[in-house]
Design a protein around this ligand. Structure first.
Ligand code: NAD
Length: 341
């Protein structure tokens, strides 16, 4: 089968041919239709320090994909997923999934997926438990971005947003999806910051009340414009940039709530006085909730949530280098590679 592999310990991936995976007991084999390139894939493409320590060479990558179960489903007797039904993999790694109690975040599963994921390939074998059935009215493109959409959903729905003023720092794909979710569930205003105008443009298309390029404009000015004199009720940190989090803490209302998804550098210091004297609640977010987040994502899409602006590029898999170049340029939302073309 065709697969994108890391053949050398260095930047890049190679489109090559590899053996079709072997089906084990209680597994399903799925045929990948589309993969979306995610931030971790870009780190692995670049062979960044940290990711190169955690990842293996000579294997395939990707955790964002949509797929259709193949004929092998019938052979392995996994009756939950009929042959030919569309599936989204909760995690490609994941024999550990059965050990995760209902409602727990999928911590073990996610870490494993970064080192053993194989969705950059025509076929993928996973434990049947990890296949989430996608309703027919959800497109393959959207199914391919369920991973980051899940991060956005789990973070944005951590606190009640109805009627609240929400600050999102970081207009990467996850931040802009969080804008759409916050609007969809009834936030009063959604202000988003970044330093990248292209991405702030996407956030505007997703329904942001105001977009703020913090290199040119102060958040304080925007808050005054919106008559928000007391600060934001809810903060969603989605940049991983320490100065963005510092600014968020400074612009929160008393009793404000913050969900922290962005991963800051080691030993990042924060102003604890802001946290203590404003009585802020801070919740760390890792991954998504099994399976609650997935049900919520489908329910929001079926009730009109529109995420289409976040998917900005499509390439046949043979043009994967152009796909990664689009991701590396910073002038993209989600980039989809099509395995059927
Ligand atoms: P991304 O890197 O595409 O987006 C981050 C955005 O932050 C970029 O658009 C960047 O321009 C912006 N930014 C840079 N400086 C800024 C500043 N001073 N103020 C505001 N924004 C600024 O990342 P993504 O894929 O959208 O993911 C968002 C974050 O979530 C990343 O830090 C990622 O590592 C993290 N993440 C965490 C989990 C988890 O389980 N906790 C899962 C997935 C991603």
């Amino acid at each position: 089968m065709k697969a994108l592999c890391k053949l050398e310990a260095g930047p890049g991936l190679t489109l090559t041919r590899t053996r079709k995976p072997v089906l084990g007991h209680n597994d399903v084999m799925i045929r990948i239709r589309k993969t979306a390139i995610c931030g971790t894939d870009v780190h692995i493409w670049n062979w960044d320090a940290g990711h190169s320590r955690r990842s293996r060479c000579r294997c395939t990558w990707a955790t964002n994909m949509s797929a259709r179960s193949s004929r092998s489903v019938r052979r392995c007797g996994a009756s939950r997923l009929a042959t030919g039904s569309r599936a989204r993999v909760i995690s490609p790694a994941a024999s550990a999934a059965t050990a995760v109690p209902g409602g727990a975040t999928c911590v073990a599963i996610q870490s494993a997926s970064a080192s053993t994921g194989r969705a950059f390939a025509e076929y993928l074998v996973i434990p049947a438990f990890n296949a989430f059935k996608i309703p027919e009215d959800v497109s393959d493109d959207l199914a391919a971005i369920f991973d980051p959409f899940g991060n956005a959903t789990h973070t944005a729905l951590s606190f009640n947003l109805v009627g609240e003023d929400v600050l999102i720092t970081g207009a990467g794909p996850i931040g802009v999806m969080a804008v759409a979710i916050a609007r969809h569930v009834g936030a009063r205003s959604v202000v988003i910051t970044d330093v990248n105008d292209y991405r702030l443009g996407l956030a505007k298309q997703m329904g942001a009340t105001r977009t703020v390029n913090v290199e040119r404009q102060s958040l304080k000015e925007v808050m005054e414009d919106l008559h928000m004199l007391e600060g934001f009720d809810v903060g969603l940190e989605m940049s991983g940039v320490p100065s963005a989090f510092t600014s968020m803490l400074a612009h929160m209302n008393h009793g404000g709530k913050i969900a922290l998804l962005g991963i800051p550098p080691d030993n990042t210091a924060i102003d604890w006085n802001q946290v203590i004297f404003k009585g802020l609640q801070i919740k760390g977010i890792y991954g998504r909730e099994m399976f609650e987040t997935w049900y919520k994502m489908v329910a929001m899409l079926q009730s009109g949530l529109d995420l289409s602006p976040v998917i900005t590029h499509h390439f046949p898999v043979a043009e994967y280098e152009a796909g990664f170049a689009a991701m590396l340029s910073g002038q993209s939302g989600k980039v989809i590679l099509d395995w059927m073309q």
